[in-house]
Design a protein around this ligand. Sequence first.
Ligand code: NDP
Length: 235
Amino acid sequence: MSTRPSLHCLVTGANRGIGLEFTRQLLERGDRVTATCRHPGRATALNALAAEHPGRLHVLPLDITDAKSRAELVRELPLVGGDVDLLINNAGVLHSGERFGHLTAGNFEDSFRTNALGPLLLTQALAPHLAAGAKVVNLSSVLGSVGSVDGFHTPSYAVSKAALNMVTALLAQALAEQHLTVLAFHPGWVMTDMGGDGAQLPATDAVAAMLRVVDAATPADNGRFLNRRGEPMPW
Ligand code: NDP
């Protein structure tokens, strides 16, 4: 039996997809989770998990793009478990169907606010509430890797995830004094609403693999961009 102490984990976008699976696996291994989503009242799967794990799962509202919502979450944190050992910046948006020649600002602004600025400002707000040795995980993507570009795909998403990679590098600098470890991950092409047709990797496998890498990470890994197996991704 493991003697690992139970962690307090905060997951954004926890009502479906990869965020829901992180929540499920963290609870299964005995951790405590503050699971956040835009509409807790409609988060059926999350609320069912809360009933299965009384006292270890708290579901709180958070729209990652909304300053008031972020501030309210920070205010409520002491009531649900205090300092955070593992922050998973998972919430994200992908606008599909974009074509060069028809691009407009709206998708870029929404993607930037959700995928890059949201994680940066939430992590900044939570920084005083991150426990010693805490880890911050940013769900990035190979599509945000400038070194991996192989076509004109999902530009608003790609640009925002490239920005999230810079957010990861900068947060690593800002939080190094607190001896924290900030990581960006490409999880693989995962079977979720966002993954859509063609994805073949179950969220269970992607999340289990990422958690193995997160558990093994140390401050020496601070600021790295990795795939789910822990191998470096090109920036
Ligand atoms: P889904 O589309 O299945 O889920 C996205 C989640 O983000 C939902 O919970 C959604 O909430 C939430 N979300 C979106 N906007 C906001 C917001 N403004 N505030 C709070 N929550 C928000 O995506 P996945 O589970 O597949 O993706 C999770 C992360 O992994 C994303 O960051 C994605 O970019 C990344 N990723 C996914 C890949 C894949 O193949 N699936 C590949 C590479 C990276 P709501 O239900 O309210 O819309």
